[in-house]
Design a protein around this ligand. Structure first.
Ligand code: TUI
Length: 314
């Protein structure tokens, strides 16, 4: 199975693993890359030196390409960008901001740049700025999100740019992958499904919350602050939404969430921790290795596409 993305990056399958804060560390990223997808180390708010070590540890586990996601709200993003170049990383995804100021540096170093976009305007801007591809991420995703769904965003981005488009948000199996390709995507990015992977270091309590989640169990906090975050409903999200409704300021809200993702992922605090996950959590029912997940997804996509081809042939 080939697309412009598998060719551009030299990967076997058109499946990216999202660069999830705290979750996307070297074990998970290396396992996804070893299985033929693109594993991505999520730099999130980590110091640049930690990112360097994560890149090196991933390299001990796989010879295949591993990407790094740079979270642009991180004040350390320029140092992280430098580390990525120094370590010879070949592909960078960016999130939560505009990466244009890093583009020249990356291009000169031969790094492929794939920004996450949540609108057509941003996708166009990224293409003009020299991006190699864009990830069109719908609001079904977990974590920091835009306001439009994958179903509506993806074909509009595909029509607006010539560079390849990767679909993200609400994709958790082969049907989702096939549907994304029907809308013009040339790869998909998944986060929530990989949270529960055997190789994922996420605390078992968090994994259980994802595995037990139903379709309507996530909600969006932070709309009032301009940083909407999708997460599984719990005491933390309820408390946050109550404070927001009462008109709490940024400082008070930030006090509540300080360290809350780390508490959930590392300590398994599923009560006062933040359980970022996408709407597709309701579909994620089993722990598997990354290889099993990717092979199952590819088989399933091929199966549904073949069936539809037969239905439509005349
Ligand atoms: O970045 C994400 N998802 C994330 S980052 C994150 S860490 C975090 N923790 C607490 C508070 C805030 C962040 C958790 N989840 N996804 C990629 C993404 N990027 N989604 C939406 C966007 C985006 C939004 C606006 C990209 C560009 C953009 O444009 C802004 C601009 O500067 O024009």
């Amino acid at each position: 199975m080939k697309s412009r993305i598998t060719e551009l990056l030299g990967i076997e399958y058109p499946v990216f693993q999202g660069g999830m804060a705290w979750v996307a560390e070297h074990h998970l990223a290396a396992a996804v890359s070893e299985a033929g997808g693109l594993g991505i180390i999520g730099a999130a708010s980590a110091p640049a030196q930690v990112v360097r070590e994560e890149i090196r540890k991933a390299r001990e586990l796989t010879d295949k390409p591993v990407g790094v996601n740079i979270m642009l709200m991180n004040p350390n993003a320029p140092e992280v960008a430098r580390v990525v170049i120094e370590e010879g990383v070949k592909v960078v995804t960016t999130g939560a901001g505009n990466p244009v100021k890093f583009m020249k540096e990356f291009k000169e170093a031969g790094v492929k740049v794939i920004p996450v976009v949540a609108s057509v305007a941003m996708a166009r801007m990224m293409e003009r700025g020299g991006a190699d591809a864009v990830i069109a991420e719908g609001m079904e995703s977990g974590g920091h999100i835009g306001s439009i769904t994958t179903m509506a965003l993806l074909p509009q981005v595909v029509d607006a740019v010539k560079i390849p488009v990767i679909a993200a948000g609400g994709i958790g199996d082969g049907r989702g992958l096939a549907a994304a390709f029907m809308l013009g995507a040339e790869a998909v990015q998944m986060g929530t499904r990989f949270v529960v992977a055997q190789e994922s270091i996420v605390h078992t309590n968090y994994k259980e919350k994802v595995l037990k989640a139903k379709d309507i169990d996530s909600e969006i906090t932070g709309t009032s602050t301009g940083h909407p975050i999708r997460q599984i409903r719990n005491q933390m999200s309820r408390e946050y939404l109550r404070l927001e409704k009462e008109g709490a300021g940024l400082e008070e809200l930030e006090k509540l969430t300080l360290g809350s993702l780390r508490r959930a992922v590392m300590d398994g605090d599923v009560v006062s921790g933040t359980l970022m996950a996408g709407q597709i959590a309701g579909l994620v029912k089993k722990k598997q290795s990354c290889r099993e997940m990717i092979e199952e997804i590819m088989d399933e996509a091929q199966g549904v596409l073949k069936k539809e081809c037969e239905r439509w042939a005349r």
